[in-house]
Design a protein around this ligand. Structure first.
Ligand code: AMP
Length: 277
């Protein structure tokens, strides 16, 4: 069943709740094999699987990005059906924000760096819509990709700090053969841009090599990694930074597990990725 109505999804869920665990996979659609991995894991672990498809205007800091974001609901619905999803919740913005405005969740200092720094208001929008989706669906488990490491960290903190009765399940990043993380935005790349896009993951792998070889100075690791990005007018590295994986704060000296995260502009498309080391 595909519905855009909160009342309808709630009544669809009601009869299924007694079957057992309910899993939610929140997405913005244009589904690919990365999303499929989340859905498959949810399918294995839950009696009922709900996928939400909502391009959340509140989390877009650039109008152009919102306007050109791919919208493919009919094929998304087909893929969901194939993967055995029980219910698809695909609301219009007016269903989620009927008054045109909303109170918001302030993620605080965990959003101070990386994407939070470069996309003002983005994580406020993400945290707000995820809180709403968790309230509408009330799942036992919610599945999020490690590809969006800062998003995952913020949602984990929100669940802890607001005592939300849901288990956050992290899912590893699915990649193309050249290492490029799958993303709905990859569709926007021209063939030339696509051939350059693997540079981000190569840079992150170089960071991993440095750290595993014993380099403890983050600045040194970041510099070596950055050198992997070719000088090309189509490429602009927005950030590449070593942070701690829970609070997403910059790390000076690398001691425990760290997250190396990067954002690379390829033409007019912005790609993000990260590795845990
Ligand atoms: P999005 O539709 O881009 O908002 O992504 C929806 C969910 O899928 C988020 O939890 C993402 O982290 C996750 N996701 C996106 N791309 C990938 C990928 N390549 N591998 C694993 N999970 C992903």
């Amino acid at each position: 069943m595909v519905t855009g109505s909160i009342a309808a999804i709630r009544s669809g869920i009601k009869s299924r709740r007694e079957l057992g665990t309910l899993g939610l996979v929140p997405t913005m659609g244009a589904l690919h094999a990365g999303h499929a991995r989340l859905i498959e894991q949810a399918r294995q672990e839950c009696q009922t699987v709900v996928v939400s498809i909502f391009i959340n205007p509140l989390q877009f800091d650039r109008r152009e990005d919102l306007e050109k974001y791919p919208r493919t609901l009919p094929t998304d619905a087909e893929l969901c059906e194939k993967l055995g999803v029980d219910l698809v919740f695909a609301p219009a913005p007016a269903e989620m924000y009927p008054t045109g405005s909303t109170l918001t969740v302030d993620p605080g200092r965990i959003a101070d760096h990386l994407c939070g720094r470069h996309r003002p208001g983005h994580f406020r929008g993400v945290a707000t819509v995820v809180l709403k989706l968790l309230n509408v669906i009330q799942p036992n488990r919610a599945y999020f990709g490690q590809k969006d490491a800062q998003q995952l960290a913020i949602i984990r903190r929100m669940v802890t700090d607001f005592d939300l009765p849901v288990e956050v399940v992290p899912v590893p990043t699915v990649r193309e053969p050249d290492g490029l993380a799958l993303s709905s935005r990859n569709q926007q790349l021209t063939p030339v841009e696509r051939s350059l896009a693997g540079a981000l993951y190569r840079a992150l792998c170089e960071a991993r090599r440095q750290i595993e070889a014993g380099v403890c100075d983050s600045a040194e690791v970041e510099k070596a990694a950055t050198l992997q990005i070719p000088v090309d007018p189509l490429l602009r590295l927005e950030y590449l930074q070593v942070v701690d994986p829970d609070e997403m704060q910059p790390v000076g000296r690398i001691e425990g597990t760290v997250c190396v995260a990067g954002a690379l502009w390829v033409g007019r498309t912005r790609l993000i990725d990260n590795v845990l080391v």
